[in-house]
Design a protein around this ligand. Structure first.
Ligand SMILES: NC(=O)c1ccc[n+]([C@@H]2O[C@H](COP(=O)([O-])OP(=O)(O)OC[C@H]3O[C@@H](n4cnc5c(N)ncnc54)[C@H](OP(=O)(O)O)[C@@H]3O)[C@@H](O)[C@H]2O)c1
Length: 387
């Protein structure tokens, strides 16, 4: 039997080791992918430290690679993602589910062909690996949950080009991976609707120049470390308040502060489930809409204790249109800046996961390591090339 190397979590000990596993075989509708690059996310570390997997599991979400084969039902498919040699990217769920579903940190994986995207020729696979999971999360928040108009899917049109006043949209945590993609989605909504959007961001001051430029194009930036940042945001809206907000961080009382900037009929989304220790949700005028990216996979997901997402075919169809759009000619979304790490799968635990491993992005541990590549991360994705 042919075997491949993969990073496997033992959920009883939280240990991750590099092991040989059988080479996977694509099921109906799936392709076999030789993984060439992987990118790390905070949830990778979270569900290793606090496993919800109940059996040994390949870890990891984001990947990019090259198609090496397809299930027999795809033999006559002309979709370029099913063709041998196609350069593709996507994400799997791995250890972030109670259900048995292998992850992406392996030499070979399988994935449904319509939940991966065709990587443009001029985009290196390392950069492409940084897009899928956070890109889809941001698209779900901006288009699917808040209803801003998407260039690729039938979303409720929340804007009317007849109205002259700009729409105010806040992205809190603008320099985070999610925040960087959310801003690009908001720019797409502006282009799609033809209605001016005033894009307001909250990020550390050092990131303001980066975020003012393309592809983010913020109109107004505040520093979330200023105690009066919500007041600064309200002023920027000339008293109207923010109609749409994305809280990319949702830690401590950030959702309560974001909510305080909203107009009367404002909407906002978060991506971290509410903890009663953080703020009293019953005191909020407007409740955040929480969503998990896994819904886009269209499979039943047992997530945190008491949280089960039923298979959601509408969310899957949205994800499929988003990935189809990403691969439909030219660069549609600019990947986060990447930090290319030395080594491959064998270095992920000691180096990469050490950099992203803390559960809260606001409380990342400062490493006592002295190598340049182990400096704290901010606004970058940790990426490995898989030889
Ligand atoms: N529900 C879902 O499906 C889903 C999907 C993806 C991610 N998530 C969650 O979303 C969160 C963000 O993920 P990510 O990958 O985007 O994180 P990330 O890129 O690692 O975000 C780190 C950035 O957050 C900023 N930051 C830290 N504390 C902040 C604070 N208190 N206020 C504002 N900005 C702050 C820092 O920027 P500065 O340098 O400007 O300080 C840092 O660059 C994580 O908790 C992740 O688990 C959920």
């Amino acid at each position: 039997m042919s075997t491949v190397k993969a990073l496997i979590l033992d959920p009883t000990t939280s240990e991750v080791t590099l092991r040989n596993i059988p080479k996977p075989t694509p099921a109906t509708g799936e392709v076999l992918i030789r993984v060439r690059a992987i990118a790390l996310n905070p949830v990778d570390g979270l569900f290793i430290a606090h496993p919800i997997a109940t059996s040994d599991r390949v870890i990891g979400l984001d990947f990019a690679g090259v198609v090496e084969g397809a299930a027999s039902d795809l033999e006559t498919s002309t979709d370029k993602r099913t063709q041998t040699g196609a350069r593709v990217a996507g994400f799997l769920q791995g250890a972030c589910s109670g259900n048995f579903r292998p992850g992406a940190f392996a030499e070979y994986i399988t994935a449904p062909y319509d939940l991966i995207w065709s990587v443009p020729d001029d985009m290196p696979l390392e950069n492409a690996s940084a897009v899928s999971m956070c890109g889809l999360t941001a698209a779900q928040g901006v288009f699917y949950r808040m209803g801003l108009p998407a260039p690729f899917a039938d979303t409720a049109s929340a804007t009317s080009s007849q109205q002259a006043e700009p729409i105010n949209v806040l992205v809190y945590g603008s320099s985070s991976s999610l925040g960087q993609y959310a801003a690009q989605m908001v720019n797409m909504a502006e282009k799609t609707s033809g209605r001016k959007i005033r894009l307001i961001g909250a990020a550390s001051r050092a990131k303001h120049a980066f975020l003012s430029a393309a592809p983010f194009n913020y109109d107004v930036l505040v520093d979330y470390r200023d105690a009066d940042w919500p007041e600064q945001v309200r002023k920027a809206t000339e008293g109207a308040g923010v109609q749409y907000a994305v809280d990319s961080i949702a830690e401590g009382n950030t959702p309560a502060l974001v909510e305080s900037t909203l107009s009367e009929d404002g909407k906002f989304v978060t991506f971290v489930p509410h903890s009663p220790d953080d703020y009293d949700a019953s005191k909020l005028r407007i409740q955040p809409v929480y969503g998990a990216v896994w819904e886009g996979l269209g499979e039943m997901v047992t997530f945190r204790p008491g949280m089960v997402f039923p298979a959601d075919l509408k969310a899957r169809a949205f994800a499929a249109s988003f990935f189809d759009y990403l691969g439909s000619g030219g660069v549609k979304v600019v990947p986060n800046p990447i930090r290319l790490m030395p080594g491959g799968l064998e270095n992920v635990v000691a180096d990469g996961l050490a950099l992203v491993s803390h559960a809260k992005v606001s409380q990342r541990k400062v490493q006592d390591r002295t190598e340049e590549y182990m400096r704290p991360i901010s606004g970058e994705k940790i990426v490995y090339t898989i030889a």
